[in-house]
Design a protein around this ligand. Sequence first.
Ligand code: NI
Length: 135
Amino acid sequence: MKQDVTKVGKVNLADAFSTISEAWSPRIAGDINDMQVKIAKFKGQFDWHHHEIEDELFLVIKGKLRMGLRDKCAAPLAERAVDLDEGEMIIVPHGVEHRPESLSDECHILMLEPASTLNTGTVQSERTISDPMRL
Ligand code: NI
């Protein structure tokens, strides 16, 4: 099958982030089979949520990120936080409750996750973005 090499291009992350003004509004930066690369600016604290089947990778491009983690089935509730600097990443397995929080003025985050992943997980709220825009 003939491949169209003109469709293969690069993404400049700094340029991409400069087009995003609002926080917690992921943009699709690319597709990898059934996965998507998304980028988003984080500001303040997001909501606790989990994903039934999707694992999520978060890579800090700029700023400082705190990932709150908890196991709601554990008694007493087991909660911890992992702090990440630029160039660090974390993979949150499906089922694990998590709450991203920016420890800097804002964070620039790259995410890798299945295309089916909803930003608020199993929770529907005013922060749910069911159909993220592409860059
Ligand atoms: Ni999540």
